[in-house]
Design a protein around this ligand. Structure first.
Ligand code: F6R
Length: 365
């Protein structure tokens, strides 16, 4: 039940500290501070040449974020794809690799069809699903469940962060199996994963401020979301969340793509949400911020303390994230994006939990 919350979406956003803890703990050995995933999955990692990761919507953005972890930390070629495209393309599958399916419901028709294609072509399938009795779970060679608990709001929130956390554990396990993770680094990542539930609670402290920004955005026609590297998929997810619950037109873009077209859209007063904790690409993102700001865009920067300090007056509004690393910060960035979509929708009076034209589980194509 909704309890003290006005909507399931808000309740599920606030539950993420517990849903993340439940999703991470089964894959952590606390005594040794190491990751441990089902053996069937682990054996696929060591000599994989390549992996494909298939999903739809928000689950696809989780898979897309995981690409950065699998490539950078595990040094494994990892190709995320949208199920409805993948299934009809007769895609070339990995020779020695595996396929990964990400789905909250485990019943999405296109994702299930893509899984069947991989099975028919003898590519082992790992499923990251939130419903263990689902069709996708039943048909996969190996299941690595998320334990987000039932998600009632049509817009996915806690299932997304649970998917990210489990994909992070898989990427770390792959990195280890492939000899790319030093024991000290594994311990640091494990500590950072274990700190996530507490950090999510910290991240939720931005709610009041996000609400103010949301009141301002609620009157706008379009919103642009920008990110680079591991934050690019988060920009896409932020835009999807906003459009599905508030019906405001939103686009997510890779910050570096701006000058290849979308910069033509920038006009005075256009809100641009920039997801950019301070990392090795931060300065590049900030130079894109300067370009849109010079054309009158209003910058809403989602960043950590170091990023907010470095951006200085170049941001019109800032949303502070707790400190973290290349795994925890993308996960934490989801929180203000979800709150922003929620509060904009609330201001506009749309049906947050049951947006028009949407179904929780898309079992037909
Ligand atoms: C967006 C959303 C959808 C789902 C997509 C896949 O908020 O909820 O985009 O993520 O329909 O659904 P599952 O994960 O059940 O396969």
């Amino acid at each position: 039940e909704r309890g003290e919350y006005d909507h399931f979406m808000l309740k599920e956003i606030h539950e993420q500290s517990e849903s993340l803890a439940r999703s991470i703990m089964p894959y952590i050995n606390q005594a040794t501070q190491t990751v441990s995933v089902p053996e069937a999955a682990e054996t696929l990692f060591a000599d994989a040449d390549r992996a494909v990761a298939i999903a739809c919507g928000t689950a696809f953005y989780a898979a897309f974020t995981a690409k950065y972890w699998f490539e950078q930390i595990a040094r494994l070629a990892f190709e995320p794809d949208i199920a409805s495209e993948f299934r009809y393309r007769r895609p070339v599958l990995p020779q020695k690799g595996f396929s990964l399916f990400v789905s909250q419901s485990g019943e999405t028709a296109d994702t299930l069809a893509a899984l069947r294609y991989c099975r028919e072509n003898r590519t082992p399938a790992i499923a990251v699903v939130n419903v263990p009795e689902s069709s996708i779970a039943r048909e996969a060679a190996s299941i690595v469940p998320t334990h987000a608990g039932p998600e009632i709001g049509v817009a996915s929130t806690k299932a997304f962060t649970a998917q990210l956390s489990v994909l992070a554990v898989l990427a770390l396990s792959a990195a280890k199996a492939r000899g790319h993770l030093l024991p000290g680094d594994e311990m640091n990542y494990v500590r950072s994963l274990l700190a996530l539930p507490r950090k999510v609670t910290e991240a939720l402290e931005c709610a009041g401020q996000v609400r103010e920004i949301a009141r301002h955005i609620a009157g706008k026609r379009d919103v642009l979301f920008l990110g680079r590297g591991r934050y690019y998929p988060l920009a896409l997810e932020g835009a999807l969340k906003l459009k599905e619950v508030s019906y405001i037109h939103a686009e997510g873009y890779a910050a570096g793509e701006l000058k290849h077209g979308p910069i033509a859209l920038i006009e005075k007063g256009l809100p641009v949400v920039v997801v950019a904790p301070k990392d090795e690409l931060f300065e590049k993102t900030i130079s894109n911020v300067e370009e849109v700001r010079a054309r009158g865009a209003e910058i809403i920067l989602i960043s950590d303390a170091a990023g907010i300090k470095a951006a200085g007056k170049r941001a019109d509004h800032v949303i502070l994230l707790p400190d973290g690393d290349d795994i925890s910060l993308p996960i934490l960035s989801a929180v203000p994006l979800q709150l922003l979509a929620y509060y904009v929708a609330l201001t506009r009076g749309t049906d947050v939990d049951q947006p028009r034209n949407l179904a929780k589980s898309v079992t037909v194509e």
